[in-house]
Design a binder for this molecule. Sequence first.
Ligand SMILES: Nc1ncnc2c1ncn2[C@@H]1O[C@H](COP(=O)(O)OP(=O)(O)O)[C@@H](O)[C@H]1O
Ligand SMILES: CC(=O)N[C@@H](CCC(=O)OP(=O)(O)O)C(=O)O
Length: 305
Amino acid sequence: MSARKHNALPKAQTLIEALPWLTRHRGKTVVVKFGGNAMVDEELKAAFAQDVVFLHHAGLKPVVVHGGGPQINAALDRHGLVSEFRAGLRVTTPEAMDVVRMVLAGQVQRELVGLLNQHGPLAVGLTGEDARTITAIKHQPRIEGELVDIGRVGEITAIDTGAIEALLADGRIPVVSSIARSEDDHHVYNVNADTAAAALAAALGAETLMVLTDVEGLYEDWPNSDEVISRLTATQLEKLLPELSSGMVPKMEGCLHAVRNGVTTARVIDGRVPHSILLEIFTDEGIGTMVVPDAARPTQGGCTA
Ligand SMILES: Nc1ncnc2c1ncn2[C@@H]1O[C@H](COP(=O)(O)OP(=O)(O)O)[C@@H](O)[C@H]1O
Ligand SMILES: CC(=O)N[C@@H](CCC(=O)OP(=O)(O)O)C(=O)O
């Protein structure tokens, strides 16, 4: 009996170490964006679901926003449709939009809901169309000074947090697909999932936006070095934005939007590491890149933050 007690002591210590963090973050909303590239491994997906359920049971309010870029590429391929990206966004024809919606809402979201619900009747999936959670207009990026038509790609104009808040109040974990409806032309639009997660985090008054991806964080000099920037302020990030490329652009723009609109920290972390969410929370230094508002006092990534 006493030997058993002794063996369990490190476990008790780990839990106790987490207590100040849990006390501080209880009741707080955390928006977790799960990127399509971090979603390719079955074990990682199961570990992700465990982490999210852990946060829920620890008294936080996790909201999951998911991507699905690689899964959309594969489905478009199967339909004989080409995948083209401009300004980091998928050129989305009306036919491609049907596929995007089918993959995000009918495949990726369903799978995450299923994994989360292995732990109890917790997850409820919705898209930005449901209860007008995300409203958008047609997005026309400016490329080399010219406005370019990239089809059914949406720019968010409004967020209605009502449905998500009702689910959170009911003890559920909302799982949101980044699809929006327009109030002007009533079309359905494809929204980048990082952008949707950031907009939702800001509108929900979330404490944290956590973006899981397939790199360790924001590399200082990508692709030449793997030196990760561990912490930067909104102004520092703003200066860096013009130098960023591809998938990092909407991610870091999203982080900037979030911390400029009331979110306390936005973190980009490596979704290829099992239990990356819990590692980020429960290790002092954190494991990825943390963006903080300008006025923030220095904080650490982990339990003490
Ligand atoms: N400075 C940078 N630091 C890290 N990754 C970068 C950087 N610039 C561009 N990238 C690219 O951004 C990718 C992450 O974005 P993306 O592929 O859209 O991921 P996700 O599916 O998780 O949203 C990385 O795999 C990397 O190829
Ligand atoms: C407009 C636009 O580009 N939408 C994205 C939506 C999915 C997404 O963002 O997925 P990841 O997070 O895995 O990249 C797309 O069609 O790929």
